[in-house]
Design a protein around this ligand. Structure first.
Ligand code: DAT
Ligand code: MG
Length: 148
């Protein structure tokens, strides 16, 4: 089954949005396979965002990610990468639809509360980076009530 990497950024943790965000993924029917609260070191944040290292906002982005603890998660389910991005909303909260996490809770692109992998390939890379010891293999007993 497909997995994605979701991270609640330091602003989401500080603002007390952790429970609501987890709840949105849970209520959708996705399964939580990994979860931890952690502080991120600069080199680790730079590695996570290495594809953006040439962008003018890269240093600010890294400063933001290391500014407080984050919640790192692995969520599993059918099409969870693309659907997870829809639940999160557009990168710039000015463009994120109401009802999405960024649409409901964020105003600025540099404080957009949450990260989600943008492809199955980057999800695999990000899960390997953030959960080097692996995740938990379990299946919800609700599975037959969510999937036909
Ligand atoms: P996303 O987080 O939606 O996958 P991304 O991977 O293009 O977006 O960029 C990663 C983060 O970098 C994004 O969540 C916020 C920040 N960012 C992106 N574009 C930016 C810009 N033009 N100015 C400032 N920050 C930006
Ligand atoms: Mg991205």
């Amino acid at each position: 089954m497909e997995q994605t990497f979701i991270m609640i950024k330091p602003d989401g943790v500080q603002r007390g949005l952790v429970g609501d965000i987890i709840s949105r993924f849970e209520k959708k029917g996705f399964s939580l396979k990994g979860l931890k609260l952690m502080g991120v070191e600069r080199a680790f944040a730079e590695k996570h965002y290495e594809d953006l290292s040439a962008k003018p906002f890269f240093n600010g982005l890294v400063e933001y990610i290391i500014s407080g603890p984050v919640i790192a998660m692995v969520w599993e389910g059918k099409n969870v990468v693309v659907t997870g991005r829809k639940i999160i909303g557009a990168t710039n909260p000015s463009d994120s639809a109401p009802g999405t996490i960024r649409g409901d809770y964020a105003i600025e692109i540099g404080r957009n509360v949450i990260h989600g992998s943008d492809s199955v390939e980057s999800a695999k890379k990000e899960i390997a980076l953030w959960f080097p010891d692996g995740t938990v293999g379990w299946q919800s007993s609700l599975h037959p009530w969510i999937y036909e």
